[in-house]
Design a protein around this ligand. Structure first.
Ligand code: PRT
Ligand code: MG
Length: 215
């Protein structure tokens, strides 16, 4: 049996074609079902529906043999105990620093001021600002980071941006690009050894599906 951990929403939707390429079709739609374990058309493959940030934890501890997680999530998790064989090139976005329109970010940095930064991505943010020599006070949030600068909780946020629509709708502008993000396949290191014969064809099917996608 192979157990694959993934989250509902964009990751599930963008993984569906990759699963199909490997001949795997979920028996139910996780968006509609309340089930957390979703069987598939293959008796030896099942899906676990977990929070995006919990995928690495399930795979690391063997609750799932493999999973699909954003690089944003993997950087924060640390990747310990995970084999990361493939960039699936799905759920792509950019990790950015953003501020309220009119906030002089470059000026504040230049004068060496401390900047208050709200984010869910504390490790990524800490490393980014340290590498630039920018002094920051980090404020940990779990979502809706865009709100923080609007109510004076922070001067800046570190968040993911795809269309830019959310920043725009909230009067924010991106001022720095930190890194490009996409989702990775993560595999439990013990499963990789004990279930190689089952896993290998999945990796191969995913690889050729990715290669046939436009870049
Ligand atoms: O939503 P929930 O709290 O349940 O969990 P989650 O946000 O961790 O999960 P989900 O499903 O929203 O995101 C899963 C993964 O998708 C993330 O870990 C990223 O790797 C990837 N991804 C790709 C994104 C985005 N694009 C994205 N745009 N994750 C989040 N966003 C958010 C962003 O945080 C911001 O609030 O969308 C908003 C910006 O979008 P635009 O299009 O307005 O720029
Ligand atoms: Mg979300």
């Amino acid at each position: 049996m192979i157990t694959i951990a993934l989250s509902k929403g964009r990751i599930f939707e963008e993984t569906r074609p990759l699963l199909a390429a490997a001949g795997i079709v979920p028996a139910e739609d996780p968006e509609a079902s309340r089930k957390l374990i979703i069987p598939t058309n293959r008796a030896d493959v099942r899906l676990l529906i977990v929070r995006a940030t919990d995928v690495p934890t399930y795979v690391q501890h063997g609750g799932a043999d493999m999973g699909i997680a954003g690089r944003d999530v993997l950087i924060e998790h640390g990747g310990e105990g995970l084999y990361q064989p493939l960039d699936l090139k799905i759920a792509r976005c950019r990790m950015m620093v953003a501020v309220r329109e009119g906030f002089d970010y470059a000026g504040r940095v230049k004068e060496g001021a401390r900047i208050r930064v709200a984010t869910k991505y504390v490790s990524t943010a800490r490393e980014h600002f340290a590498s630039k020599g920018v002094h920051v006070d980090l404020i940990k949030l779990y979502g809706s980071m865009e709100l923080a600068p609007l109510v004076g909780l922070a001067d800046a946020i570190v968040d993911l941006v795809s269309t830019g629509g959310t920043l725009k709708a909230n009067g924010l502008v991106a001022v720095e690009h930190i890194t490009d993000i996409s989702s990775r396949l993560v595999v439990n290191q013990a499963s990789l050894k004990t279930k190689r014969a089952l896993l290998r064809p999945l990796f191969d099917a995913f690889t050729s599906a990715i290669e046939s996608q436009p870049a």
